[in-house]
Design a protein around this ligand. Sequence first.
Ligand SMILES: NC(=O)c1ccc[n+]([C@@H]2O[C@H](COP(=O)([O-])OP(=O)(O)OC[C@H]3O[C@@H](n4cnc5c(N)ncnc54)[C@H](OP(=O)(O)O)[C@@H]3O)[C@@H](O)[C@H]2O)c1
Length: 309
Amino acid sequence: MRVITQYRYGGPEVLTVVDAPVPRPLPTEVLVRVKAIGLNPLEARLRAGEFPLLGKPPFILGWDISGVVDEAPQSWRWRPGDEVFGMPLFPRTANGYAEVVSAPALHLARKPASLSHLEAAALPVVGLTAWQGLADIAGVSAGDRVLVHGGGGGVGHVAIQIAKALGAQVIATASGSKRDFVEGLGTDEVIDYTRVDFAEVVRDVDVVLDTLGGDSVERSLGVLRPGGHLVTAVAEEDSALAAKFEAAGLRFSGIAVDPDPVALRGLVELVEQGKLRVHVQETFPFERVADAHRLLDGGHLQGKLVLTV
Ligand SMILES: NC(=O)c1ccc[n+]([C@@H]2O[C@H](COP(=O)([O-])OP(=O)(O)OC[C@H]3O[C@@H](n4cnc5c(N)ncnc54)[C@H](OP(=O)(O)O)[C@@H]3O)[C@@H](O)[C@H]2O)c1
């Protein structure tokens, strides 16, 4: 089989397609013949060596996969031919940039028939992050006012739909070019951050979901109602920020997304109810991974980038 690896940290050009042996599944694992691989900004940072989550190269990036079970030697959960998707093992190495992945059976869910493999591969990391932030951590419920920062991005565009499905009123920040896209997801109010300062116009929010970090977090202090909750996917380890929120009578939580199978099935249900869809901005063949990473490096994505296998 082919995998994408790298022998040093660096730009997209360090990503290299090579042959590798097909992995052997452990008793709790199944072999998945991968059809599509979702890309995430974290992978660009790991590729560049910004932090050593996977240790030193060589390593194989990637978690978001959708494909077909090829072998399930000891698993009662899946049979060969089942179409599955998931984010196995995150944040440990999952070797997801590969034609075949050995994944814990528990970390996979049945691919909804209404999603292509491309769309299913785009969903797990962003879907689980948004679900865990909004439903599990913040406990968003009907009537809550929710502000989603970065509403046009991978996490943001899914978070808007999950917040709507939970019955919330949703405000989202995004650049003006994404206004129609973000409105089309059901957003009640879109704030073009290139023209309007959200901190000036938003008030009485119950939950802020932050996908940006930087000063967006601290500047969100003033938009929350007393007792409101900021949940961040980016500044999760900033204890000084957490202390500021707590001193102001607000709650502050970080998300460390994990491959919770209950949440993954929750996402499947929302898809099957027609309440959640995934937007794939662009797809790239497996061997053009460096081009995909160039786009990833540029930021300003609308939805997701996906590799086809
Ligand atoms: N902690 C965790 O477990 C976890 C899990 C998943 C992701 N993350 C992190 O969460 C972050 C977001 O991930 P993602 O996949 O959603 O990234 P993404 O797809 O790149 O989306 C980011 C979005 O933010 C928009 N944006 C940039 N500056 C903005 C601003 N000032 N105001 C409003 N929107 C702005 C960008 O486009 P425009 O500028 O054109 O609007 C883009 O649409 C990444 O840092 C990722 O590593 C963390």
